[in-house]
Design a protein around this ligand. Structure first.
Ligand SMILES: [Zn+2]
Length: 403
């Protein structure tokens, strides 16, 4: 081999070796992450639960909108509902001077319209239910704080108060945030809470969702084990796991990074939801289109995080959110005619099914996706730049695309 060929070859081999030695775990995770053959878009909407009858009407409007937007196979757009089955019964708790906890749950007659709208949407294939807690807080933490905090007692006294108005740290269900930094919950209590939630799901919907969404993305292995024992197979994450709250109430630094289909405790598998669509915070359809394009280029699904508060705010905001959601999804269909709409459990199942038509199987295509993922990975950015691979790998991706 001439020197002219040997030097660049040796440099390339050394740079790849350096990358492997310094980031082997990241590389292995990115290689094993499933690669999708088609664009996949799922709208993930959290926090639906007890509320006024108007929430049920909004769910019906959402269902009608989704039913009118179809992928190439004729499947309707799907919105998963992260369901919170209950909320603190503020009047009863205050009547007992915060001595004991009481809750109000979706099986009460006043919530019939909301439950029926959820059932109808599931039957029509436009909604899929996910576990988001029996309430959006850990009851003992809420009680302990309410005994000392007048603002929390005022929240309890308001029959229309929503969980969204609780202090952020208290919205983390799977941690004791009564005192901060937060502490872990006893595993037995977690298991009992998960079992109680599953029983009420079964009672209301004759089924227990296999997907769980940790409130505020704070959870740990004990929660995963309890979920797994209770039938959960997939956990929705933002690509990171947080395990507690700081002294100031913020999220503690992430305990781990996560990619699609990685395994957690009890054998649960993760699905990553890292695109955001909160119209009331200014997110527009254009950002959704960009998010879908970026994730599709990396053969990843686009799970759009949204919350009920976009759709239950003032009528004007709710109407605008609904219209923007429709514009976003219709625009996705125009830009990606091959897009597939499905729910998160179906996506997780596809990840686990060799030969699924949703998965990319061609090794050359997978290699191109792997390299694009390397280039997009923030943890590798510095090494890629210093080694010079940042400038060479795009050429390799282009060559693979032409072969
Ligand atoms: Zn939530």
């Amino acid at each position: 081999m001439s020197l002219l060929l040997f030097v660049p070859f040796a440099w390339f081999a050394a740079a790849c070796g350096l990358l492997w030695l310094s980031h082997s775990r990241v590389l292995a995770r990115l290689w094993h992450e499933p690669a999708l053959a088609v664009p996949v878009v799922i709208v993930e909407s959290d926090d639906w639960g007890p509320g006024p009858a108007a929430d049920g009407e909004m769910l019906e409007r959402l269902a009608r909108l989704l039913a009118g937007i179809r992928d190439a196979d004729g499947a309707a757009a799907v919105m998963t509902l992260g369901v919170v089955l209950g909320k603190p019964d503020g009047a009863a708790i205050l009547a007992d001077d915060c001595g004991s906890y009481r809750r109000s749950t979706l099986d009460e007659p006043r919530y019939t319209g909301i439950v029926q709208a959820m059932r109808n949407g599931c039957a029509a294939g436009v909604f899929a239910l996910q576990r988001h807690g029996l309430e959006h807080c850990w009851p003992a933490s809420l009680l302990a704080c309410a005994r000392q905090n007048a603002a929390l007692r005022a929240w309890l006294a308001d029959p229309d108060a929503r969980s969204e108005a609780l202090p952020s740290a208290l919205q983390s269900r799977w941690v004791d945030a009564a005192e901060r930094p937060s502490s872990r919950l006893p595993e037995g209590e977690i298991r009992a809470a998960v079992t109680e939630e599953a029983a009420l799901f079964c009672c209301l919907f004759a089924d227990v969702p296999t997907v769980a969404v940790p409130n505020t993305f704070v959870w740990d292995d004990a929660v995963e084990r309890a979920w797994a024992e209770s039938g959960v197979r997939w956990v929705v994450t933002c690509g990171r796991r947080y395990e507690g709250r700081t002294a100031e109430g913020g999220l503690q630094p992430a305990a781990r990074r996560i990619v699609n289909d990685e395994t957690g405790a009890g054998g649960v598998r993760y699905v990553v939801r890292d695109a955001y669509f909160e119209p009331m915070r200014g997110h527009r359809a254009e950002q959704v289109w960009q998010a879908v394009a970026e994730r599709t280029a990396l053969a990843r699904p686009t799970l759009l995080e949204t919350h009920r508060e976009n759709f239950i705010a003032s009528p004007d905001i709710a109407r605008a959110s609904l219209a923007e959601l429709g514009r976003a999804l219709e625009g996705v269909c125009r830009r990606h005619p091959a897009v597939r709409f499905l729910d998160t459990a179906q996506l997780g199942e596809a990840f686990r099914t060799p030969g699924s038509p949703l998965l990319m199987t061609d090794t050359r295509q997978r290699a191109g996706v792997f390299l694009r993922r390397l280039l997009a990975e923030p943890d590798l950015s510095r090494t890629l730049k210093l080694s010079g691979l940042r400038f060479v790998l795009p050429l390799v991706v282009r060559m693979l695309g032409r072969m």
